[in-house]
Design a protein around this ligand. Structure first.
Ligand code: GLN
Length: 491
Protein backbone atom coordinates (compact mmCIF):
# COMPACT_ATOMS: atom_id res chain seq x y z
CA UNK A 1 0.00 0.00 0.00
CA UNK A 2 1.41 3.39 -0.94
CA UNK A 3 0.76 6.35 1.34
CA UNK A 4 -2.71 7.80 1.17
CA UNK A 5 -2.74 11.53 1.57
CA UNK A 6 -5.69 13.31 3.11
CA UNK A 7 -5.91 15.39 -0.05
CA UNK A 8 -6.17 12.35 -2.33
CA UNK A 9 -8.79 10.79 -0.06
CA UNK A 10 -10.83 14.01 0.09
CA UNK A 11 -10.75 14.17 -3.72
CA UNK A 12 -11.74 10.51 -4.13
CA UNK A 13 -14.64 11.03 -1.71
CA UNK A 14 -15.82 14.20 -3.43
CA UNK A 15 -15.72 12.43 -6.80
CA UNK A 16 -17.65 9.49 -5.26
CA UNK A 17 -14.88 7.04 -6.20
CA UNK A 18 -15.12 5.65 -2.69
CA UNK A 19 -17.58 6.09 0.16
CA UNK A 20 -16.63 7.29 3.59
CA UNK A 21 -18.05 4.09 5.08
CA UNK A 22 -15.70 1.97 2.93
CA UNK A 23 -12.74 4.18 3.74
CA UNK A 24 -13.45 4.34 7.46
CA UNK A 25 -14.02 0.57 7.56
CA UNK A 26 -10.66 -0.01 5.86
CA UNK A 27 -8.84 2.16 8.36
CA UNK A 28 -10.65 0.59 11.31
CA UNK A 29 -9.55 -2.82 10.05
CA UNK A 30 -5.96 -1.66 9.75
CA UNK A 31 -6.08 -0.21 13.27
CA UNK A 32 -7.39 -3.54 14.52
CA UNK A 33 -4.49 -5.39 12.89
CA UNK A 34 -1.74 -3.03 13.99
CA UNK A 35 -2.76 -1.56 17.31
CA UNK A 36 -1.84 -4.59 19.42
CA UNK A 37 1.71 -4.18 18.10
CA UNK A 38 2.08 -0.38 18.08
CA UNK A 39 -0.40 0.76 20.77
CA UNK A 40 -0.92 4.05 18.93
CA UNK A 41 -4.60 4.32 19.91
CA UNK A 42 -6.01 4.46 23.44
CA UNK A 43 -9.63 4.51 22.26
CA UNK A 44 -11.06 3.41 18.92
CA UNK A 45 -14.50 4.92 18.38
CA UNK A 46 -15.78 2.38 15.87
CA UNK A 47 -19.49 3.13 16.22
CA UNK A 48 -19.06 6.89 16.28
CA UNK A 49 -16.78 6.77 13.23
CA UNK A 50 -19.15 4.63 11.18
CA UNK A 51 -22.13 6.84 12.06
CA UNK A 52 -20.17 9.96 11.09
CA UNK A 53 -19.05 8.25 7.87
CA UNK A 54 -22.66 7.51 6.95
CA UNK A 55 -23.62 11.12 7.64
CA UNK A 56 -20.75 12.27 5.41
CA UNK A 57 -21.85 9.93 2.63
CA UNK A 58 -25.37 11.33 2.83
CA UNK A 59 -24.06 14.90 2.65
CA UNK A 60 -21.84 14.05 -0.33
CA UNK A 61 -24.74 12.38 -2.16
CA UNK A 62 -26.89 15.45 -1.52
CA UNK A 63 -24.16 17.75 -2.86
CA UNK A 64 -23.95 19.49 0.52
CA UNK A 65 -20.65 18.14 1.69
CA UNK A 66 -18.16 20.09 3.81
CA UNK A 67 -14.65 20.40 2.30
CA UNK A 68 -13.14 17.39 4.11
CA UNK A 69 -16.37 15.36 4.26
CA UNK A 70 -15.80 11.74 5.17
CA UNK A 71 -12.03 11.93 5.63
CA UNK A 72 -10.79 9.87 8.60
CA UNK A 73 -8.59 11.51 11.23
CA UNK A 74 -7.74 10.86 14.89
CA UNK A 75 -7.30 13.13 17.90
CA UNK A 76 -4.53 13.13 20.45
CA UNK A 77 -6.14 12.01 23.69
CA UNK A 78 -5.84 15.42 25.31
CA UNK A 79 -8.46 17.01 23.07
CA UNK A 80 -11.82 16.75 24.81
CA UNK A 81 -14.30 14.80 22.71
CA UNK A 82 -17.95 14.80 23.68
CA UNK A 83 -19.12 11.35 24.68
CA UNK A 84 -15.73 9.74 24.04
CA UNK A 85 -13.14 8.90 26.70
CA UNK A 86 -10.40 11.55 27.10
CA UNK A 87 -7.57 10.26 29.30
CA UNK A 88 -4.65 12.57 28.54
CA UNK A 89 -2.54 9.44 28.90
CA UNK A 90 -3.21 9.42 32.63
CA UNK A 91 -4.78 7.00 35.05
CA UNK A 92 -6.27 9.97 36.88
CA UNK A 93 -8.59 10.54 33.88
CA UNK A 94 -9.19 6.84 33.18
CA UNK A 95 -12.95 7.35 33.46
CA UNK A 96 -13.30 10.88 32.07
CA UNK A 97 -15.87 11.21 29.32
CA UNK A 98 -15.93 14.84 28.29
CA UNK A 99 -19.31 16.58 28.12
CA UNK A 100 -18.09 18.86 25.30
CA UNK A 101 -15.76 19.02 22.30
CA UNK A 102 -12.52 20.99 22.13
CA UNK A 103 -12.61 23.85 19.62
CA UNK A 104 -10.26 21.93 17.31
CA UNK A 105 -12.58 18.92 17.44
CA UNK A 106 -15.66 21.05 16.73
CA UNK A 107 -14.01 22.74 13.78
CA UNK A 108 -12.69 19.54 12.21
CA UNK A 109 -16.14 17.97 12.63
CA UNK A 110 -17.67 20.97 10.87
CA UNK A 111 -15.13 20.51 8.05
CA UNK A 112 -16.50 16.98 7.63
CA UNK A 113 -13.63 14.97 9.16
CA UNK A 114 -14.54 11.64 10.76
CA UNK A 115 -12.69 10.85 14.00
CA UNK A 116 -11.63 7.21 14.35
CA UNK A 117 -10.59 7.65 17.96
CA UNK A 118 -8.02 8.95 20.38
CA UNK A 119 -4.29 8.49 20.10
CA UNK A 120 -1.83 7.53 22.80
CA UNK A 121 0.46 10.13 24.35
CA UNK A 122 2.83 10.78 27.21
CA UNK A 123 0.90 11.43 30.41
CA UNK A 124 -0.32 15.05 30.34
CA UNK A 125 1.97 15.55 27.30
CA UNK A 126 5.06 15.32 29.51
CA UNK A 127 7.72 13.41 27.69
CA UNK A 128 9.65 12.89 24.48
CA UNK A 129 9.20 9.16 23.97
CA UNK A 130 5.58 8.24 24.71
CA UNK A 131 6.85 5.93 27.46
CA UNK A 132 5.09 7.84 30.24
CA UNK A 133 1.57 6.95 29.12
CA UNK A 134 -0.52 5.12 31.70
CA UNK A 135 -1.86 3.10 28.76
CA UNK A 136 1.46 1.60 27.76
CA UNK A 137 4.24 2.75 25.50
CA UNK A 138 3.89 3.33 21.76
CA UNK A 139 6.27 1.65 19.32
CA UNK A 140 7.85 3.31 16.32
CA UNK A 141 6.49 1.65 13.16
CA UNK A 142 9.93 1.94 11.52
CA UNK A 143 11.43 -0.27 14.20
CA UNK A 144 9.23 -1.51 17.01
CA UNK A 145 12.15 -1.57 19.45
CA UNK A 146 12.50 2.21 19.08
CA UNK A 147 10.54 5.11 20.58
CA UNK A 148 8.12 7.00 18.33
CA UNK A 149 8.96 10.29 20.04
CA UNK A 150 6.55 12.22 22.20
CA UNK A 151 4.38 13.45 23.51
CA UNK A 152 2.16 13.07 20.42
CA UNK A 153 3.78 9.69 19.73
CA UNK A 154 0.49 7.89 19.14
CA UNK A 155 -0.58 10.39 16.48
CA UNK A 156 2.76 10.27 14.66
CA UNK A 157 3.04 6.47 14.82
CA UNK A 158 -0.57 6.04 13.65
CA UNK A 159 -0.02 8.27 10.62
CA UNK A 160 3.35 6.68 9.78
CA UNK A 161 1.84 3.18 9.98
CA UNK A 162 -1.13 4.10 7.79
CA UNK A 163 -3.66 3.57 10.60
CA UNK A 164 -5.10 7.00 9.85
CA UNK A 165 -4.16 9.56 7.17
CA UNK A 166 -3.74 12.43 9.64
CA UNK A 167 -4.09 13.23 13.32
CA UNK A 168 -4.06 16.15 15.71
CA UNK A 169 -1.23 16.78 18.12
CA UNK A 170 -0.09 19.39 20.59
CA UNK A 171 3.32 20.92 21.05
CA UNK A 172 4.53 22.51 24.30
CA UNK A 173 8.24 21.97 23.73
CA UNK A 174 8.36 19.87 20.57
CA UNK A 175 5.57 17.32 20.89
CA UNK A 176 4.31 17.69 17.33
CA UNK A 177 7.63 18.26 15.55
CA UNK A 178 9.76 15.67 17.37
CA UNK A 179 7.47 12.62 16.99
CA UNK A 180 6.72 13.67 13.39
CA UNK A 181 10.48 13.77 12.78
CA UNK A 182 11.16 10.45 14.51
CA UNK A 183 8.32 8.71 12.60
CA UNK A 184 8.99 10.22 9.16
CA UNK A 185 5.83 12.30 8.81
CA UNK A 186 5.05 16.04 8.63
CA UNK A 187 3.82 18.18 11.53
CA UNK A 188 3.39 21.85 12.26
CA UNK A 189 3.15 23.80 15.50
CA UNK A 190 1.54 27.14 14.72
CA UNK A 191 2.29 30.54 16.24
CA UNK A 192 1.08 30.65 19.84
CA UNK A 193 -2.55 31.80 19.87
CA UNK A 194 -3.44 30.72 16.32
CA UNK A 195 -5.18 27.48 17.36
CA UNK A 196 -7.66 27.70 20.23
CA UNK A 197 -6.73 25.84 23.40
CA UNK A 198 -10.38 25.51 24.44
CA UNK A 199 -10.94 21.89 25.38
CA UNK A 200 -7.25 21.03 25.08
CA UNK A 201 -6.24 19.72 28.51
CA UNK A 202 -3.62 22.19 29.69
CA UNK A 203 -0.01 21.24 30.39
CA UNK A 204 1.85 24.59 30.24
CA UNK A 205 -0.70 27.13 29.07
CA UNK A 206 1.73 29.78 27.80
CA UNK A 207 3.47 27.21 25.57
CA UNK A 208 0.79 24.71 24.45
CA UNK A 209 -0.36 24.84 20.81
CA UNK A 210 -2.38 22.35 18.80
CA UNK A 211 -1.52 21.42 15.24
CA UNK A 212 -1.79 18.70 12.61
CA UNK A 213 0.39 15.66 11.85
CA UNK A 214 0.05 14.13 8.35
CA UNK A 215 2.12 12.70 5.53
CA UNK A 216 2.47 15.92 3.57
CA UNK A 217 2.75 19.65 4.06
CA UNK A 218 -0.28 20.04 1.83
CA UNK A 219 -2.36 17.87 4.18
CA UNK A 220 -1.13 19.85 7.17
CA UNK A 221 -2.09 23.08 5.39
CA UNK A 222 -5.58 21.76 4.67
CA UNK A 223 -6.11 20.66 8.26
CA UNK A 224 -4.63 23.76 9.82
CA UNK A 225 -6.98 25.92 7.75
CA UNK A 226 -9.81 24.24 9.66
CA UNK A 227 -8.13 24.01 13.07
CA UNK A 228 -7.05 27.65 13.40
CA UNK A 229 -9.14 30.72 14.04
CA UNK A 230 -10.22 33.12 16.77
CA UNK A 231 -12.18 31.62 19.64
CA UNK A 232 -13.74 33.75 22.37
CA UNK A 233 -13.51 30.79 24.76
CA UNK A 234 -9.70 30.93 24.87
CA UNK A 235 -8.38 34.19 26.29
CA UNK A 236 -5.05 33.74 24.47
CA UNK A 237 -6.67 33.08 21.09
CA UNK A 238 -5.63 35.77 18.63
CA UNK A 239 -8.25 37.84 16.89
CA UNK A 240 -7.16 37.64 13.26
CA UNK A 241 -8.68 37.04 9.86
CA UNK A 242 -9.10 33.38 8.95
CA UNK A 243 -6.29 32.11 6.73
CA UNK A 244 -6.15 29.63 3.90
CA UNK A 245 -2.86 27.94 4.69
CA UNK A 246 -2.76 26.26 1.29
CA UNK A 247 -2.57 29.59 -0.53
CA UNK A 248 1.20 29.74 -0.92
CA UNK A 249 2.01 26.05 -1.27
CA UNK A 250 3.32 26.34 -4.82
CA UNK A 251 5.15 29.63 -4.46
CA UNK A 252 8.66 29.27 -5.96
CA UNK A 253 11.55 29.29 -3.51
CA UNK A 254 13.75 31.58 -5.61
CA UNK A 255 15.33 34.13 -3.37
CA UNK A 256 14.30 32.40 -0.14
CA UNK A 257 16.92 33.06 2.52
CA UNK A 258 17.35 30.18 4.95
CA UNK A 259 19.18 30.86 8.20
CA UNK A 260 21.20 28.03 9.72
CA UNK A 261 21.78 28.62 13.43
CA UNK A 262 25.34 27.64 14.20
CA UNK A 263 24.20 26.43 17.64
CA UNK A 264 21.97 23.82 15.95
CA UNK A 265 24.83 22.24 14.03
CA UNK A 266 27.45 22.02 16.77
CA UNK A 267 28.38 19.49 19.37
CA UNK A 268 25.71 16.92 20.20
CA UNK A 269 24.30 16.58 16.70
CA UNK A 270 24.69 13.01 15.44
CA UNK A 271 26.73 12.70 12.25
CA UNK A 272 24.07 10.76 10.35
CA UNK A 273 21.42 13.35 11.24
CA UNK A 274 23.75 16.12 10.08
CA UNK A 275 24.31 14.34 6.76
CA UNK A 276 20.54 13.96 6.21
CA UNK A 277 19.88 17.61 7.07
CA UNK A 278 22.66 18.75 4.72
CA UNK A 279 21.08 16.70 1.91
CA UNK A 280 17.69 18.34 2.49
CA UNK A 281 19.32 21.78 2.52
CA UNK A 282 21.07 20.95 -0.76
CA UNK A 283 17.64 20.19 -2.27
CA UNK A 284 16.32 23.52 -1.05
CA UNK A 285 19.29 25.28 -2.64
CA UNK A 286 18.54 23.51 -5.92
CA UNK A 287 15.04 24.96 -5.67
CA UNK A 288 16.45 28.48 -5.51
CA UNK A 289 17.01 29.08 -1.80
CA UNK A 290 20.21 30.46 -0.35
CA UNK A 291 21.55 29.64 3.08
CA UNK A 292 23.25 31.92 5.56
CA UNK A 293 24.72 31.18 8.97
CA UNK A 294 22.86 32.85 11.82
CA UNK A 295 23.25 32.67 15.58
CA UNK A 296 20.83 32.00 18.42
CA UNK A 297 23.30 32.67 21.21
CA UNK A 298 20.96 31.83 24.10
CA UNK A 299 20.06 28.36 22.82
CA UNK A 300 21.80 26.72 25.79
CA UNK A 301 19.41 28.52 28.16
CA UNK A 302 16.23 27.20 26.55
CA UNK A 303 16.05 23.87 28.37
CA UNK A 304 16.79 25.31 31.82
CA UNK A 305 14.22 28.10 31.30
CA UNK A 306 11.62 25.65 29.97
CA UNK A 307 12.07 23.23 32.88
CA UNK A 308 11.18 26.04 35.28
CA UNK A 309 8.30 27.60 33.33
CA UNK A 310 6.60 24.43 32.06
CA UNK A 311 6.54 22.63 35.43
CA UNK A 312 5.41 25.84 37.18
CA UNK A 313 2.42 26.11 34.87
CA UNK A 314 1.82 22.36 35.03
CA UNK A 315 1.75 22.30 38.83
CA UNK A 316 -0.91 24.96 38.76
CA UNK A 317 -2.92 23.42 35.90
CA UNK A 318 -2.83 19.94 37.39
CA UNK A 319 -4.12 21.07 40.78
CA UNK A 320 -7.64 20.61 39.42
CA UNK A 321 -7.19 16.83 39.39
CA UNK A 322 -8.02 16.14 43.01
CA UNK A 323 -10.40 13.21 42.94
CA UNK A 324 -13.40 15.49 43.41
CA UNK A 325 -14.17 17.21 40.16
CA UNK A 326 -12.68 14.79 37.68
CA UNK A 327 -11.40 11.33 37.38
CA UNK A 328 -9.92 8.84 39.76
CA UNK A 329 -10.74 8.96 43.48
CA UNK A 330 -8.90 6.77 45.96
CA UNK A 331 -11.05 4.25 47.78
CA UNK A 332 -8.92 3.97 50.92
CA UNK A 333 -7.30 6.96 52.57
CA UNK A 334 -8.38 6.87 56.22
CA UNK A 335 -4.89 5.65 57.18
CA UNK A 336 -3.44 9.03 56.12
CA UNK A 337 -5.74 11.08 58.38
CA UNK A 338 -4.00 12.50 61.43
CA UNK A 339 -3.33 15.65 63.45
CA UNK A 340 -2.11 17.53 60.40
CA UNK A 341 -4.13 15.83 57.67
CA UNK A 342 -7.91 16.18 57.39
CA UNK A 343 -10.00 13.47 55.72
CA UNK A 344 -10.45 15.74 52.68
CA UNK A 345 -6.71 16.32 52.37
CA UNK A 346 -6.07 12.62 52.78
CA UNK A 347 -8.47 11.92 49.95
CA UNK A 348 -6.71 14.45 47.70
CA UNK A 349 -3.31 13.06 48.59
CA UNK A 350 -4.10 9.42 47.98
CA UNK A 351 -6.11 10.14 44.81
CA UNK A 352 -3.24 12.12 43.31
CA UNK A 353 -0.65 9.61 44.50
CA UNK A 354 -2.55 6.82 42.78
CA UNK A 355 -3.65 8.74 39.71
CA UNK A 356 -0.47 10.47 38.53
CA UNK A 357 2.54 8.68 37.10
CA UNK A 358 6.11 9.39 38.19
CA UNK A 359 7.07 11.89 35.44
CA UNK A 360 3.95 13.96 36.16
CA UNK A 361 4.70 13.90 39.88
CA UNK A 362 8.27 15.01 39.20
CA UNK A 363 7.00 18.01 37.21
CA UNK A 364 4.45 18.93 39.90
CA UNK A 365 7.15 18.84 42.56
CA UNK A 366 9.58 20.95 40.52
CA UNK A 367 6.83 23.39 39.59
CA UNK A 368 5.57 23.81 43.12
CA UNK A 369 9.13 24.33 44.34
CA UNK A 370 10.02 27.05 41.83
CA UNK A 371 6.78 28.91 42.55
CA UNK A 372 7.16 28.79 46.30
CA UNK A 373 7.96 31.80 48.45
CA UNK A 374 11.65 32.65 48.35
CA UNK A 375 12.34 30.74 45.14
CA UNK A 376 9.91 32.49 42.85
CA UNK A 377 12.28 35.39 42.11
CA UNK A 378 15.34 33.20 41.87
CA UNK A 379 13.86 30.67 39.46
CA UNK A 380 10.55 31.65 37.93
CA UNK A 381 11.25 35.35 37.30
CA UNK A 382 14.73 34.49 36.07
CA UNK A 383 13.32 31.92 33.64
CA UNK A 384 10.87 34.49 32.29
CA UNK A 385 13.80 36.86 31.68
CA UNK A 386 15.64 34.14 29.78
CA UNK A 387 12.51 33.52 27.78
CA UNK A 388 12.60 37.11 26.58
CA UNK A 389 16.27 36.81 25.58
CA UNK A 390 15.53 33.63 23.64
CA UNK A 391 12.65 35.31 21.77
CA UNK A 392 14.91 38.27 20.94
CA UNK A 393 17.54 35.90 19.50
CA UNK A 394 15.02 34.69 16.94
CA UNK A 395 13.98 38.22 16.01
CA UNK A 396 17.61 39.14 15.50
CA UNK A 397 18.27 36.05 13.35
CA UNK A 398 15.13 36.64 11.31
CA UNK A 399 16.44 40.02 10.18
CA UNK A 400 19.01 38.03 8.15
CA UNK A 401 16.76 35.32 6.74
CA UNK A 402 13.14 34.42 5.93
CA UNK A 403 13.05 31.06 7.67
CA UNK A 404 15.39 29.18 9.97
CA UNK A 405 16.27 25.55 9.32
CA UNK A 406 17.97 22.81 11.28
CA UNK A 407 17.43 19.38 12.76
CA UNK A 408 14.34 18.56 14.82
CA UNK A 409 16.29 16.36 17.23
CA UNK A 410 19.97 15.58 17.76
CA UNK A 411 19.56 11.89 16.93
CA UNK A 412 17.10 9.61 15.17
CA UNK A 413 14.73 7.50 17.31
CA UNK A 414 16.50 5.72 20.13
CA UNK A 415 15.76 2.38 21.79
CA UNK A 416 12.76 1.98 24.06
CA UNK A 417 13.89 2.23 27.66
CA UNK A 418 17.23 3.81 26.80
CA UNK A 419 16.53 7.09 28.60
CA UNK A 420 13.78 5.85 30.89
CA UNK A 421 15.93 6.16 34.03
CA UNK A 422 17.55 9.42 33.03
CA UNK A 423 15.01 12.23 32.75
CA UNK A 424 17.65 14.92 32.30
CA UNK A 425 19.13 13.09 29.30
CA UNK A 426 15.64 12.97 27.82
CA UNK A 427 15.05 16.69 28.50
CA UNK A 428 18.26 17.52 26.63
CA UNK A 429 17.00 15.79 23.48
CA UNK A 430 14.52 18.66 23.02
CA UNK A 431 17.30 21.19 22.54
CA UNK A 432 16.24 22.26 19.02
CA UNK A 433 12.48 22.45 19.55
CA UNK A 434 11.89 24.03 22.96
CA UNK A 435 13.11 27.55 22.22
CA UNK A 436 10.48 27.87 19.49
CA UNK A 437 7.71 27.43 22.07
CA UNK A 438 9.34 29.84 24.49
CA UNK A 439 9.35 32.41 21.69
CA UNK A 440 5.82 31.50 20.54
CA UNK A 441 6.97 31.01 16.94
CA UNK A 442 5.67 28.52 14.36
CA UNK A 443 7.78 25.43 13.64
CA UNK A 444 7.42 22.56 11.20
CA UNK A 445 9.01 19.14 10.80
CA UNK A 446 9.34 17.52 7.38
CA UNK A 447 10.99 14.21 6.47
CA UNK A 448 14.64 14.54 5.43
CA UNK A 449 15.92 11.08 4.77
CA UNK A 450 17.19 8.41 7.11
CA UNK A 451 19.81 7.77 9.76
CA UNK A 452 22.61 5.26 9.37
CA UNK A 453 20.35 2.55 10.79
CA UNK A 454 17.35 3.38 8.64
CA UNK A 455 15.32 5.55 11.02
CA UNK A 456 13.62 8.73 9.73
CA UNK A 457 15.25 12.14 10.24
CA UNK A 458 13.23 15.35 10.46
CA UNK A 459 14.18 18.76 9.09
CA UNK A 460 12.84 21.61 11.20
CA UNK A 461 11.73 24.90 9.65
CA UNK A 462 11.07 27.84 11.96
CA UNK A 463 9.30 30.99 10.81
CA UNK A 464 8.46 34.39 12.18
CA UNK A 465 5.09 34.99 13.87
CA UNK A 466 2.23 34.01 11.54
CA UNK A 467 4.69 32.56 9.03
CA UNK A 468 2.84 29.22 8.84
CA UNK A 469 1.92 29.57 5.15
CA UNK A 470 5.57 30.21 4.27
CA UNK A 471 6.80 27.19 6.24
CA UNK A 472 4.19 24.99 4.57
CA UNK A 473 5.23 26.41 1.20
CA UNK A 474 8.91 25.57 1.77
CA UNK A 475 8.06 22.06 2.99
CA UNK A 476 5.66 21.49 0.10
CA UNK A 477 8.23 22.49 -2.52
CA UNK A 478 10.80 20.26 -0.86
CA UNK A 479 8.30 17.38 -0.86
CA UNK A 480 7.55 17.95 -4.55
CA UNK A 481 11.25 17.53 -5.26
CA UNK A 482 12.00 14.58 -2.95
CA UNK A 483 10.35 11.33 -1.89
CA UNK A 484 11.38 10.98 1.77
CA UNK A 485 7.81 11.72 2.90
CA UNK A 486 6.50 8.95 0.63
CA UNK A 487 8.59 6.21 2.28
CA UNK A 488 6.70 3.79 4.45
CA UNK A 489 7.69 1.44 7.22
CA UNK A 490 7.11 -2.26 6.60
CA UNK A 491 4.58 -2.92 9.35
N1 GLN B 1 9.40 16.81 25.90
C1 GLN B 1 8.90 18.06 26.38
C2 GLN B 1 8.32 17.88 27.76
O1 GLN B 1 8.30 16.80 28.24
C3 GLN B 1 7.89 18.64 25.45
C4 GLN B 1 6.59 17.94 25.49
C5 GLN B 1 5.51 18.64 24.71
O2 GLN B 1 5.78 19.39 23.77
N2 GLN B 1 4.28 18.43 25.14
O3 GLN B 1 7.89 18.82 28.38
Amino acid sequence: MSIQTLKSLADALAQKKISSRELVSDYLARIETLNSRLNAFITVDRDGALAAADAADTAIAAGKAAPLAGVPIAHKDLFCTEGVLTTCGSKILANFVSPYDANVVTQLKAAGCVSLGKTNMDEFAMGSTNESSAYGLVRNPWNTERVPGGSSGGSAAAVAAGMVPAATGTDTGGSIRQPAGLCGVTGIKPTYGVVSRYGMIAYASSLDQGGPIAHTAEDCALLLSHMAGFDTRDSTSLQREREDYTRDLNRPLDGLRIGLPKEYFGEGLADDVRVAIEAALAELRKLGATTVEVSLPNTHLAIPAYYVIAPAEASSNLSRFDGVRYGHRAKEYADLVGDKVSPLEAMYMRSRAEGFGSETKRRILVGTYVLSHGYYDAYYIKAQQLRRLIAEDFQQALTQCDVIAGPVAPTAAWKLGQMADDPVQMYLADIYTIAVNLAGLPGLSTPAGFSADGMPVGLQLIGNYFGEARLLNVAHRLQQATDWHLQQPAV
